[in-house]
Design a protein around this ligand. Structure first.
Ligand SMILES: [Zn+2]
Length: 170
């Protein structure tokens, strides 16, 4: 089902008018943003997307994207951990910002000026947002020996510390 590579450009109008269901894959290696968060380019994003128009004739794309076993650094033991990442899409294809502003809250805008979808761009952003903020092995063996170091780091990065300094100036 996911053995076809997704085309680099998709014609949103045609696909939505035809109510097309597409499935296929994109390699992690083709998503430079996501790749920059990972330890390797291992992994294939499996994609299922339904194109259609809603009651207001808006072009809508819904579906799911998922990739298994991408390699990311565990923040507890600092070794490579395999992580599954997935996301659901519910977007309206729009041509500019003013169309995007008119959308109801449950729809995300996907702005494509020429109506040609670059799915790689969208998924790159979408999957980065779906990464765990602090990745851990599900069964990480390192437990307490880094406890102190963690505490120190949290203190340095505490945003409220900065806020407190700003407030003190006033
Ligand atoms: Zn670990």
């Amino acid at each position: 089902m996911f053995d076809t590579p997704i085309a680099p450009r998709l014609d949103s109008r045609k696909l939505c008018d035809a109510e097309q269901l597409i499935s296929g894959f994109i390699e992690v290696a083709e998503l430079p943003g996501l790749r920059s968060y990972l330890q390797s380019e291992k992994g294939k994003v499996e994609i299922t997307l339904q194109f259609q128009r809603d009651d207001h004739r808006r072009p809508i794309v819904t579906g799911s994207v998922a990739v298994k076993g991408v390699e990311i650094i565990c923040q507890r033991c600092l070794q490579v951990a395999e992580q599954d990442v997935s996301s659901d899409l519910n977007v309206a294809v729009v041509l500019d910002e003013s169309q995007a502003e008119k959308l109801p809250a449950e729809l995300d805008a996907w702005i494509v000026e020429d109506g040609q979808l670059n799915l790689r761009e969208l998924l790159d952003q979408e999957l980065i947002l779906s990464l765990p903020i602090v990745p851990y092995h599900a069964d990480c063996e390192v437990e307490t020996q880094y406890g102190d170091a963690d505490g120190e780091q949290q203190e340095k990065e505490n945003p409220f510390g900065v806020l407190a300094q700003l407030l003190q100036k006033d």
